[in-house]
Design a protein around this ligand. Structure first.
Ligand code: C5P
Length: 478
């Protein structure tokens, strides 16, 4: 079987979709087909290999995975910089090997030690290995004069936290800024990758689970932990991922163009709508808003100016975007209309199809002496926000809808794409008892466009959001 080829990474390295089309001498639909299949014919493989190596990348021949970025000296491209925050856990010593591996991949590394990390490794060893000053003190006047924590936080292409201890994750989730590490995490606008490592019981504790969910929801990437023996002798999930894997993931995140959607405007709808029956009762649905929020975060992280229009959900407001909170479908439609014009619109909300024709201002009462035990509610259809955007004079350049189907997913979703005049439909099967989507952190979708149907493997909603945002950037040739 042919090796899986990550065409998204290759396209980024070559400079976008158009650049890849030029290299291969093919049109957009051929590229979409390669991406959908995840493999390319041999003659295409050698063209891509030659184009990447000509640009200074070191590439593996079998699956075209990029091992190393262009050499800074010859390409005059500034090497991507990783700010390596080392937490105070026994796995801290592995940060040194990870730093070395990242350097081998062509990344510059600057170290930051927490106070407890300095109990495990010394600033001197980090500085010697990285050839850079190692920072550890928020209030050091020299550092504040020479660089300042804000500049340090912003100068990185990636902030990597390893080992991410339970304590460090908890402080980051709370937004504390009581040392240099947490201040950087609060001040940075670049992507963050955390590699958790802790005792299995600490990892399984509801407090850590909640903190991890908050951090993920804010767009922080996680690698590991894995199953295995931990330093404390207990076996379970809590072991930090291996340095080679952490370095490879850091490379992917650091060389990705973080601002690939700069200058673009996006509207994202998310969550349920809530349609009143009377002053205390309503019609709603189980949508958690997680997928829509993750997409909004991923677009904003790539520099898009995002308006997130959300029904009532139990999620924190993500930073760096405009959140418009609404209740009903009509509120959501008005907010979407007000946010036009936009380059991109992603309708991930589970909008109620109907509302009560005349909601009562007072609480409806049961009659005292009932002869009729039935209650009739008269429903009228809600506006279709996605379809209205599709027909608008100010139709966004890229319009994406969602389709949650219980059967015949491909047929129904394709028909929906035509009916609602959108460019892409993100379709998934819902309703299977063993495969919940509502409220879950995972999703399993098909991306349906005019030219291709892509079956994406099951992944975290945050990962799916990242992948979708990268595909959107490619669509715009960035
Ligand atoms: O028709 P259906 O509800 O299955 O369509 C789903 C897609 O249409 C989703 O993208 C959803 O956000 C959007 N939609 C909408 N307004 C409605 C109903 C659905 O924007 N009233």
């Amino acid at each position: 079987m042919a090796n899986h080829v990550d065409l998204t990474a290759i396209m980024t390295a070559l400079g976008g979709r158009q650049a890849m089309q030029d290299v291969l001498g093919v049109g957009a639909s051929a590229i979409s087909n390669y991406i959908a299949r995840g493999s390319v014919p041999t003659h295409v493989r050698s063209k891509l290999y030659n184009a990447l190596t000509a640009r200074g990348y070191q590439v593996r021949l079998d699956d075209l995975s990029i091992l190393c970025g262009p050499d800074a000296a010859t390409s005059q491209i500034k090497k991507p910089m990783v700010l390596l925050i080392i937490g105070g856990g026994i796995a801290a010593y592995k940060a040194l090997e990870t730093a070395r591996r990242m350097q081998q991949l062509g990344l510059d590394v600057t170290g930051v030690l927490t106070k407890s990390a300095a109990q495990f490794i010394t600033p001197l060893s980090v500085a010697a290995l990285t050839n850079q000053k190692c920072y550890d003190d928020l209030f050091s006047l020299t550092d504040e004069a020479e660089m300042g924590h804000i500049r340090l936080a912003r100068s990185a292409d990636l902030v990597l936290v390893m080992p991410a201890t339970a304590n460090l994750m908890a402080r980051a989730a709370c937004g504390l800024a009581d040392d240099l590490a947490t201040t950087i995490l609060l001040a940075t606008t670049t992507p963050i990758l955390m590699a958790p490592a802790m005792n299995p019981a600490m990892w399984a504790h509801p407090a850590t689970i909640a903190n991890q969910a908050i951090l993920r929801q804010r767009g922080i990437h996680m690698i590991g932990p894995t199953e295995g023996d931990t330093a404390c002798g207990e076996i379970g999930s809590g072991r930090m991922s291996e340095p080679a894997d952490i370095a490879a993931t850091a490379f992917e995140l650091a060389v990705k163009r973080p601002q690939s959607l700069a200058g673009k405007t996006a509207i994202v709808t998310a969550g349920p709508t809530v349609e009143p029956i009377d002053s205390v009762r309503f019609i709603a649905n189980h949508s958690s808003g997680k997928q829509g929020y993750a997409i909004a975060v991923a677009l904003a992280a790539r520099g898009a100016s995002v308006t997130l229009i959300s029904g009532p959900v139990a999620l924190p407001a993500p930073p760096q975007l405009q959140l418009v909170s609404v209740q009903t479908a009509r509120d959501m439609q008005a907010a979407a209309h007000a946010a036009l014009p936009a380059d991109i619109a992603i309708c991930a909300a589970a909008v109620a199809d109907w509302r009560v024709a005349e909601a009562s201002h007072a609480k409806l009462k049961k009659p005292d002496h009932r002869t009729d035990t039935q209650m009739q509610l008269s429903l009228v259809e809600n506006p279709d926000i996605l379809a209205a955007l599709g027909q608008s004079d100010q139709r966004p350049t890229l319009l994406v809808g969602f389709a949650a189907e219980t059967e015949d997913v491909l047929e129904n979703a394709t028909a929906k794409r035509h009916r609602k005049q959108c460019d892409w439909i993100v379709a998934n099967q819902v309703g299977a008892a063993d495969d919940p989507v509502f409220g879950s952190d995972q999703n399993h979708i098909m991306l349906i466009s005019e030219t291709a149907v892509e079956n994406w493997p099951r992944m975290l909603k945050t990962e799916l959001a990242d992948k979708l945002a990268d595909r959107i950037a490619m669509e715009f040739g960035t």
